[in-house]
Write a protein that binds this ligand. Sequence first.
Ligand code: ADP
Ligand code: GN1
Ligand code: MG
Length: 407
Amino acid sequence: MHGFYQGKFRHCWVFLITIKQMCFLKYDIYRLNKTTLTDKAIEDIVSKFRLEGKLITARTFGSGHINDTYRVITDTGNSYLLQKINHFVFKDVPGLMNNLVNVTRHLKGKLTAVPGADPEKQVLTLVETNDNGYYFEDAGGNYWRVFLFLNNTKSYDQVLTEKQAFEGGKAFGLFQALLADMDTGLIVDTIPNFHNIESRLANLAKAIAADSAHRLIKLSPEIEFINQRRDAMCQILAMGRAGLLPERIIHNDTKFNNVLLDEHDHAQCVIDLDTVMPGYVAYDFGDAVRTIINTAPEDEPELVLIKLNIPLFTGYVKGYLKQTAGFLTEAELNSLLNGAMLLPYMQGVRFLTDYLNGDIYFKIHSPWHNLQRAKAQFQLVKKLEEAQETLNNIILRTWQHEKDEAK
Ligand code: ADP
Ligand code: GN1
Ligand code: MG
C-alpha cells in the first residue's frame, strides 16, 4: 500500500482524490443553495404578492427536479405555494408566465361551461403581485411566483392503485381535450426542442465529445444501448414531419406527481404547467406511462426491481382514452405505444447527458444520481420492449370499448 501512495502511481491517486472531492464539493454547494434561504428572505419575497394574512411558516415542498417550491401559511389560515422559477432551464420567464396566464384562463373558461365542474379547484390560480403582475424578480435576478395552495390534495411519486392510475389518465386526457381548441399563437416555446429526440441525441453527442466532467469512461454499454435504438425512437418525429400526426397543445411533463388527486383519490388538478407547448399526444401518454408502469422509482439503483405493473398501465389507458377517444386520430392511437417506449429512452438520454455535463440541469442527491437514473430508464425501456404486444392489445381493446360505448 505504501508503495502505491509513494511510487509511480502517486499522481494518479492524487488525481482520483481531487476528482472525488470536486464531486462532493459540487453536491455540498447544491445542498447549501437549497437550504440557505432565511425566513426573512421568504417574508420579503411574499410581501411582493397579494397574500391574505401575515406569513407564519414557509417550508420546502414537493420533489420536483427543476424549480424550488415552498408551502407558505399565513395567520389567516391561508396556504400558498411559492416557487422560484429555474431560469437556467427556463430562459424566457416573462414568456413562460404569459403562457401560464393564458393556459389557466383558457382551462377555467372551458370548465365554467361544464356542469358540475369547479374551475377554482381543477385549475391552478396564480396570485397577483402588488403591481398587478404574476411574477417578481428579486435583486439577485431570481424569479418568483405564487399559486393558491390546493388543500386536501395529494401528488404521488409512485402510483399505488389502479384507481389512481385511472384518475390520472382522466386528468391528463381531459387536459388535452380542453386545450384542443386553444389558439397556439398564445403559447411560446419555453424550452425549444424539448421533446425533440434528434436534438436530445445531438446534445448527448456534444456532451460525449466534450466529456467536461471526465465521466465518459465505463459508459459504453449505455451508449451502445442508445445507438441500437436511434431509428426506432425517431419515428414519431418523422411521422409528425410527414404530416401524419397533428401537433396539439400538450403538457410535456406528465409524470404522475404533476397531477393532484383529492382526498378520495379523484383527479383534481393538473399542475406544473411550465412546459405546456405544442407537441404530439404520444409524448404526454409516454411520459405518464413511464412513471406509472414502473414498479420502482425513476432512479432505482437495483435494476432487478424494475418491472412492469400491467394493471396500473391498464387503469391509465382506460382513464386517458375515456377523455380522448372522441378526438384522437387513428394514427395518434397507433403512436401511443411508441410514445411509451420513447419517453423513458429520451429521459435516459437526458439524464446521461446531464451526468456527462457534470450535473448542471437536474437536481441531484448524490454525485452519480444522474447515471443511476439513466440506467434505470434504460432498464425500463428493455422491459417495455419485452411487453410490447401485451401493451398494444390493452390500448386497442380499450379504444374499441370506448368506440362501442360512444355508439
Ligand atoms: P416542479 O417543477 O419542481 O416539479 P411543481 O410545480 O410540480 O414543481 O410543484 C412541486 C410539488 O408541489 C408538486 O409535485 C405538488 O406536490 C405540489 N404542488 C404544486 N402546486 C400545488 C398547488 N397549487 N397546491 C398544492 N400542491 C401543489
Ligand atoms: C423534470 O420539474 P419536474 O421534476 O416535474 C423535467 C422533466 C423530466 C422530469 C424527470 C422542465 O420534471 O422533463 O421528465 O424532471 N422538467 C424539465 O423526473 O426539464
Ligand atoms: Mg413537478
